[in-house]
Every structure is written in structure tokens, then in C-alpha cells.
Ligand binder design. Structure first.
Ligand SMILES: Cc1cc2nc3c(=O)[nH]c(=O)nc-3n(C[C@H](O)[C@H](O)[C@H](O)COP(=O)(O)OP(=O)(O)OC[C@H]3O[C@@H](n4cnc5c(N)ncnc54)[C@H](O)[C@@H]3O)c2cc1C
Length: 398
């Protein structure tokens, strides 16, 4: 430890979507910034997400519109701007897995969800499909339900992480906390690394669930975090048609959400979430896999997945503490109460990354934090560089 002190505009801790998005946006705006990651880029939630960039329609189903519904409804377009190279973050090169996302049911959806369909926010965002336009997995005479197409899209998460990381490789480093620490000088947080110390105008915590320990380490009590657990199901199979959709049952939340992915060997994978994942966090993997098999046999009995390999993955979603465990529908950026220069951020949804970027802008502007320092990043070159996290299916099925 020890070594010289480096003045820098921003230090970001955590390289999931929140950290990588912020690093790209801030450096594009002329701030000097580095990102420190403890494991691999995209670890935990980001690589494990289903990649759905949704405009909040999922929440509209519950009939409750929170204060952030306008923010979330703007998100698919904000991502599209970035994908075309016209946003605050340049996502050109990241792959869209699907421009189509479906809402389907095995019965009459319209009568079940009347108030949902009356919502004015849905105008132009949802389209009822004629059978000829149903996605391939629902093109079967045995399917008697209804299908809607949403304006939501699905991103290939490894390519999103790679694209964001590739543009900023010179500013991304591994932090080994056994040899590094958070310190405080005159009420401001600093980062003590082997050989040098970073003294940022702003320290931005984007460590997902890791923010809780970092805030505690700084002696802070707020903002507080909540975890929402889920247990997703992964099935590697031989059925070749991709599928992206929410199946609606009797609840306002999706009974089953399916997204399609591919292993590095080219094998198809269905990643299963929805109520099945959120209501079975304590179910044993074997029992949950049996439940998933039963759901698929009941909802899509005409589909033969062929030879399958099954697994489950248990994860916590990290969010700012909310009353009554309501689903936050805005990104959150707030000051850590124990130090003057530190912000904690949770996007709460991958979709809300552009909103997170806007919240960071707002906070910096409010405090008059402008680009000020141009440190020579060569002084950090001795630090190792993090890899990109493997997908859950490649980690499980290789
Ligand atoms: C199964 C699942 C499916 C989801 N699907 C969707 C979806 O389809 N659409 C959607 O909009 N949202 C989805 N979400 C939510 C979304 O994934 C998260 O909101 C988002 O990825 C959070 O990103 P993050 O960068 O804040 O955190 P994370 O992705 O968890 O990243 C945190 C990073 O910080 C690092 N870190 C931790 N501690 C430290 C430390 N002390 N120092 C340095 N680095 C540290 C970690 O290694 C990690 O790389 C899903 C979430 C889950 C769990």
C-alpha cells in the first residue's frame, strides 16, 4: 500500500451494467474516470439477466403505475438510440437477440386483464397478433390462446458487456480488496491501491449487492438496500426455434418468462423466469426443475425439446430499500450519508440503465462537479485487468 495520490474526477466500483454504462457515459462527457472490478465484468446480476429491455408493460399488468412509469416507458427507445450510436453511450456492436417480445396466454387474456388493456400508456406499445404472425413455438393447432407483441426487445448480454468494456479497456482494472482499502481524508472517500491512492471528486458505487458492504465500510447507514431473490431455470436442449415471451396466468405478474440464448458451442438454451422463479426461491433445484418441466408440458405440450440438460441458478436482485417491497421503476442514485463525495447507484433493472445515466448527470450537475483532472492512467498499469464473466449456461454446461 502507500504510494502517490492521483486526483481524478470519478472512480467507479463495480463493473456490471451500472458501472460500465456510467464509465462510458462519463468519459464520453470528458470526465476522467476509472472502474475497479473485484471479479469479472458482468458478474452476478448483469450476465444472469434475461436481457429484456422493457418499457414497463410488465408492471402495467399489475394495474399500478408508479412515479417512474414515464421513465421506464422511454427506455426501449433510449437503448435504440445508443445502439445506433446516437445516445450518451455508444452501443454499436452490441447484438439485439430479438426485436420481438410476446405476451401470451393459454386462455382469454383480454377478459382477464381488462384494466391493463385500458391503460393509456399501452397505446402504440402492444399489438394483438393474428395467428399467422404468432411466433413459431405458438404456431400449433393445439394452441388456443392469444398473443400480443410488445415493443420491448432483448439484448445479448455478453455482447453488451464486451462492447461497453472494449471502448474503455484502458480505464478498467481489477481491485483486490485484500491489498486495497477505502480510506477517508477530510470527509472524502479515497481508494488505497497497491502503489497509489485514488482521490476522486466523486466515488460511484455500482457494485450491485456489493454496495451494501461498501456503504458499511464507509461508515454509512443510508442509502439502504433490499434484495429480491429468485431462482431461474436453465435448460439446454435441441429445439431450434427461439422464443421470447411472458406467459400470463391468473396473476398480474407473468406466470412464466422464456428467453432464448445459445451456448458457446451453439446449443440452444431456454432461460426460464417469471413467477416460477420468484415464487420458488427456497425450492430445491431438483423439485424446481420438475416444476418447470410440468409447466412446459402444460403450456407448450406440442414442443419437443429433445435431449435436455437442466440446472437452476439462485440470485438476489439488488435495489434501494422500498416500502412494502414495491418494485422500483426508476433507477436510483443517492448520496452515502457518511462521506461527502460518494454516490450509491442501483439501476434496479437493466432496462433502466439510460435512466441511471440521466440520474448521475443530474446529481453531478446539482453539485457542480465538472471535468477537472486529467490523470495519467499509466500509473495504474501495474494492476491486473478483469475478464468478462461467462454466461450461466456456459458456466454450467461446458
Ligand atoms: C435472473 C435475473 C434476470 C434479470 N432479467 C432482467 C431483464 O430481463 N431485464 C431487466 O431490465 N432487468 C433484469 N434483471 C435486473 C438486472 O439484471 C439488474 O438490475 C442489473 O443487472 C444490475 O446491474 P448492476 O451493475 O447494478 O449490478 P451487477 O450486475 O450485480 O454488478 C455488480 C458488479 O460489481 C462487482 N462488485 C461487487 N462487489 C464489489 C466490490 N466490493 N468492489 C468492486 N466490484 C464489486 C460484481 O463483481 C459485479 O461485477 C434481472 C436480474 C436477475 C438477477
Amino acid at each position: 500500500m502507500g504510494g502517490h495520490s492521483i486526483d481524478i474526477d470519478i472512480v467507479i466500483l463495480g463493473g456490471g451494467i451500472a458501472g460500465l454504462w456510467s464509465l462510458n457515459q462519463l468519459r464520453n462527457q470528458g470526465y476522467s474516470a476509472v472502474l475497479l472490478e473485484t471479479q469479472a465484468l458482468g458478474s452476478h446480476q448483469t450476465i444472469a439477466s434475461q436481457g429484456m429491455i422493457h418499457g414497463g408493460i410488465k408492471y402495467a399488468l399489475s394495474g399500478v403505475w408508479g412515479g417512474g412509469s414515464e421513465a421506464i416507458s422511454a427506455m426501449p427507445d433510449a437503448w435504440r438510440e445508443c445502439l445506433q450510436g446516437n445516445g450518451k453511450v455508444d452501443l454499436r456492436g452490441a447484438r439485439v437477440l430479438s426485436e420481438d417480445f410476446y405476451l401470451w396466454s393459454d386462455g382469454d387474456l383480454q377478459s382477464r386483464l381488462g384494466s391493463f388493456f385500458a391503460s393509456k400508456l399501452l397505446r402504440g406499445r402492444i399489438e394483438k397478433l393474428k395467428p399467422a404472425r404468432f411466433p413459431a413455438p405458438l404456431q400449433d393447432p393445439g394452441f388456443k390462446g392469444q398473443v400480443y407483441r410488445l415493443i420491448d426487445m432483448v439484448m445479448d448480454m455478453p455482447s453488451v458487456i464486451e462492447t461497453l468494456a472494449a471502448r474503455q479497456r484502458d480505464a478498467i482494472f481489477t481491485v483486490d480488496w485484500t491489498q486495497s482499502s477505502l480510506t477517508q481524508v477530510a470527509g472524502n472517500a479515497r481508494i488505497q491501491l497497491p502503489g497509489c491512492e485514488l482521490a476522486p471528486q466523486r466515488l460511484l458505487l455500482t457494485a450491485g449487492t456489493g454496495n451494501e458492504a461498501l456503504i458499511r465500510e464507509l461508515g454509512g447507514h443510508s442509502p439502504q438496500m433490499q434484495r429480491r431473490p429468485l431462482q431461474q431455470i436453465i435448460v439446454k436442449h435441441q429445439y431450434r426455434e427461439p422464443f421470447y415471451g411472458h406467459c400470463m396466468g391468473g396473476n398480474p405478474s407473468p406466470r412464466l418468462t422464456i428467453s432464448s440464448h445459445t451456448t458457446l458451442n451453439g446449443d440452444p438454451v431456454w432461460y426460464l423466469g417469471g413467477d416460477l422463479a420468484t415464487q420458488n426461491t427456497e425450492t430445491s433445484p431438483g423439485d424446481l426443475i420438475a416444476l418447470a418441466q410440468k409447466e412446459l408440458a402444460q403450456l407448450l405440450p406440442w414442443i419437443d425439446l429433445g435431449e435436455c440438460q437442466w440446472s437452476t441458478i439462485k440470485l438476489d436482485r439488488a435495489e434501494p430499500q422500498q416500502s412494502a417491497l414495491l418494485r422500483p421503476d426508476r433507477a436510483f442514485v443517492g448520496k452515502v450519508d457518511s462521506v461527502a463525495n460518494t454516490l450509491a447507484a442501483w439501476p434496479t433493472k437493466l432496462s433502466l440503465s439510460p435512466d441511471l445515466g440521466n440520474e448521475i448527470d443530474r446529481s453531478l450537475e446539482e453539485d457542480g462537479i465538472v471535468p477537472r483532472f486529467t490523470p495519467d492512467l499509466k500509473s495504474l498499469e501495474h494492476l491486473p485487468r478483469p475478464d468478462i464473466a461467462p454466461t450461466c449456461w456456459d458456466a454450467r454446461f461446458q
